[in-house]
Design a protein around this ligand. Structure first.
Ligand code: SF4
Length: 232
């Protein structure tokens, strides 16, 4: 498949076509034009898969009920209630222990049973997992601060064992969140997307001058490095 055939909705100026069904000029590669079979398949899934039907409807109801007013944690609570979930799993980064504690406390007050697993569970050493020595983080004083690996596999297996109805990610690293989601038997939602550079708000980098500067410089450097590597 070429780039022209794959969807690029992020470039679309005719977004009203799909958002409100108003006729307007579509992108040549609008998936609604190119892949009608996918929309047909999706309708069948919504009709025949009981979990997907219920989950999609509950999510839309929660969106309408709390639109703009509710924090995401309240959306999460109402979604879980709407789905009839009773036992929730919380997987959190050790750096967000305080936040996880507060989230668990709030969820319990809403009547849920809460199971929680920290990312460092198991104390597996990064060196034993094949992480190269130079990536086992040291502080500026030489004190080794990151020699235990995050352990999303154990987090998922422990919550699978606890038979949670839904699992909530509270600040897992990029990639560790993927491993966790892949192995979790219960459906997974993200409450906090970790971003140490901007108090766990990844969108912040898109709104500020400093975010723009960071990516301008970083992209220039990565192009330079690519050029250098191709000459070697
Ligand atoms: S689905 Fe089509 S109309 Fe909607 S954003 Fe994508 S390209 Fe635009």
């Amino acid at each position: 498949m070429t780039d022209e055939i794959d969807p690029t909705c992020y470039k679309c100026n005719s977004i009203q076509f799909c958002t409100v069904g108003r006729a307007s000029k579509m992108l040549d590669n609008c998936p609604m034009k190119i892949s009608p079979e996918i929309y047909k398949e999706a309708r069948e899934i919504y009709k025949n898969d009981e979990f997907i039907k219920k989950s999609t409807n509950v999510a839309s109801i929660v969106e309408a009920q709390g639109y703009i007013r509710w924090p995401r944690l309240k959306d999460t609570v109402e979604y879980a209630k709407g789905m009839g979930f009773k036992k929730l799993g919380l997987v959190f980064c050790v750096g967000l222990l305080k936040e996880a504690e507060r989230v668990a406390e709030i969820l319990k007050k809403y009547g849920f049973k809460v199971v929680g697993v920290c990312c460092k569970t198991g104390s597996f050493k990064k060196a034993d997992m094949g992480v190269p020595e130079e990536y086992i983080m040291m502080s500026k004083t030489g004190y080794r601060i990151g020699w235990i690996t995050c352990n999303p596999v154990c987090q998922a297996l422990l919550l699978n064992k606890a038979k949670t109805d839904m699992n909530i990610i509270c600040g897992l690293c990029v990639g560790h969140d993927i491993t966790f989601t892949q192995l979790s038997k219960a459906p997974v939602t993200t409450l906090i997307a970790k971003d140490r550079s901007a108090p766990h708000n990844p969108a912040a980098a898109l709104y500020s001058h400093y975010g723009n500067e960071f990516f301008t410089i970083d992209i220039q450097e990565s192009r330079k490095n690519k050029k250098k590597a191709s000459k070697q």
